[in-house]
Every structure is written in C-alpha cells, then in structure tokens.
Design a protein. Structure first.
Length: 181
C-alpha cells in the first residue's frame, strides 16, 4: 500500500481479520506492514518490516466464499517504534513519517523526467485507462508521482517495500525511474 493510492487487500489470517474488524468498528485507521517471510503462518513482530503505510478503510467485504477483503487508501508512511503486548492482533506505537516537498531545480527536473517516462510507458500499453494517464500527468508532487508509478509497476514485493522505505523523495524518484527504465 502506497500513500495516496487505493489498494485492495485480501485478509487471510485470523489476527489480520480481527484487527481489520476492530478498526472498522472503532472507525480507526490501520497500519499496513509487509511480512518478511510470507510462509510464516503466525507472524510475530520480528517477522514484520518496520516501515509501512497508515491507511483508511474504505470498504470491508466478506465474500460469499468466506474470504475477507479490504479496500483501503494509503495515507502516509510510518515507522514502528515498538510493538505492544496484550492485544489479540499486532498493535504498535508508530511514528508517522512526514514527506518533505523541497522543490529545488534538481527535484523538479527529476519529477518532470519521471513523469515523461511514465507517460511514454503508458502510451505504449494497449488500452491504458485515460484516468491513469491523467493521474500521472496531474500528480501533485514528486513523492506522489513516485508512489503512483511504483504502484503500477510489475515489481517484486521486496522492491515495493524498498520503495516504501525510501522516505527521501529524490532517492525514491531515482529508484522508480531506474525500475521503470
């Protein structure tokens, strides 16, 4: 889940389902963290990455087959300070990571270059939704553009996590441009 973007998430573990249901009942945001090894059935705090995204739950759906799904919108990056005990699911004290939008000439040049590359790539694809092209062209700032492009690239989970963990906008744009290239 990247800040500013809507993402579907399938919940499989009872702890994840309980956490999402509690967040919906309390009308609270959730913290989305990627597990280091997806094969671990009951992950402990040590099994989780420390940087994730705070997200608003737009919709919680229990499908006819009993599976549970969220549609959430990422809001902001966060770093786990500590995990708290005494809950039936993972709960953590976190630090929200503010994104600094320092529009220097260098940052602006990288922003325009990444935007040009993304538009060019989208125009090569058949049946690109016009809304996606408009979103890339209308990205409000460099960080939002880097996250948007990264969300639509065909990346391994580890590469997505690396981009999520790159708080510095200039470095993030460079990584995304390199992957897009």
């Amino acid at each position: 889940v990247f800040p500013g973007l809507v993402s579907p998430i399938t919940l499989g573990r009872p702890k994840s389902i309980a956490a999402a249901q509690q967040a919906v009942r309390d009308q609270r945001q959730v913290g989305i963290l990627m597990q280091r090894d997806p094969e671990i059935a009951d992950p402990a705090p040590v099994d989780m990455h420390r940087i994730g995204a705070v997200a608003n739950i737009g919709r919680y759906v229990t499908a006819p087959d009993g599976s549970h799904h969220l549609v959430c919108q990422g809001e902001q990056r966060f770093r786990v300070i500590e995990f708290l005990n005494g809950w039936p699911f993972l709960v953590a004290r976190v630090l929200r990571l503010e994104e600094i939008d320092n529009r220097t000439a260098d940052v602006e040049a990288r922003f325009l270059n990444l935007q040009r590359m993304a538009v060019e790539a989208l125009q090569l694809l058949p049946q690109t939704p016009p809304e996606l092209l408009s979103a890339v062209q209308g990205a409000p700032n460099p960080g939002a553009l880097a996250d948007l492009v990264a969300a639509y690239l065909d990346l391994k989970p580890e590469e997505r996590q690396e981009i999520l963990e790159t708080v510095d906008v200039t470095l993030r744009m460079d990584k995304v441009a390199r992957l897009l290239g």
